[in-house]
Write a protein that binds this ligand. Structure first.
Ligand code: SF4
Length: 236
């Protein structure tokens, strides 16, 4: 079976399965050619927990942009210790970061969407591409209700930008489900979630939100909602 020809079929077959079952199927189908990319957000912690129960040797990667919160490093350390998984950090290319920062400034992202996308490309997208190299599929913690840019997602998708299949097992989960699962299973989470940060990325590009604000209102808050993706998920 060539999975790339059968995305519709997979979506049909996996419809109605639990996230755990989707992960089991995906790991079995793609064997060792599948990787989970975690940002250590709440959803990603749920997936790491499930993977540790299914197969602790599953490849897991995270992107160390050099601008993440200290709390995120702390969580990375705690998660590896708790579950005995390997979470491989991918860093940006030193020369590219130096060139960008020395020509455009350390906080270039506030000046234009173009600059912000450049920074996300250097610090996130290029390292992710290295991490996905040689893989047939990757797993994400995306949920449909997270933002307007994620409305049209499916459980299994062809990620044309990266040339492999993308699997979103938590797609239909609500925020409440995520937190119930975390609390029930005593899963470690980022302390910033208790300080008004539902979505946590790089420190300079993430702020706490007020009650009633959109879940991703704290990410790149100076931009319009429809431009607020870093490019990792091929939307913008
Ligand atoms: S989120 Fe901000 S700091 Fe992080 S890579 Fe993107 S623009 Fe750069």
């Amino acid at each position: 079976m060539n999975p790339t020809d059968n995305i519709d079929l997979l979506n049909e077959q996996w419809q109605g399965l639990t996230a755990f079952e989707i992960l089991e199927k995906a790991l079995s189908l793609f064997s060792k050619k599948i990787v989970f990319a975690t940002s250590l957000g709440a959803e990603d912690q749920v997936i790491t927990f499930m993977l540790s129960k299914i197969d602790r040797s599953t490849a897991i990667l995270t992107l160390d942009t050099g601008r993440v919160f200290p709390e995120t490093y702390d969580l990375l350390h705690r998660t590896i210790n708790r579950y005995g998984v390997e979470i491989k950090s991918y860093f940006p290319d030193t020369n590219k970061v130096e060139e960008m920062v020395n020509s455009k400034g350390i906080n270039l992202f506030y000046e234009s969407i173009e600059n912000r996308k450049l920074c996300c490309h250097v610090r996130k997208i290029a390292p992710l591409q290295r991490g996905l190299k040689g893989m047939d599929a990757w797993i994400t913690g995306l949920r449909r209700e997270q933002s307007v840019t994620r409305n049209g997602l499916k459980i299994v998708e062809w990620d044309a930008g990266n040339g492999l299949i993308k699997i979103n097992p938590l797609l239909e989960w609500s925020e409440e489900q995520v937190w119930d699962f975390i609390k029930t299973n005593d899963i470690p989470f980022n302390k910033l979630h208790e300080q008004g940060f539902p979505s946590i990325g790089c420190q300079p590009c993430t702020r706490a939100i007020e009650k009633g604000e959109d879940l991703r209102a704290g990410r790149w808050w100076w931009e319009m909602p429809d431009s607020k993706e870093c490019g990792l998920h091929g939307r913008k």
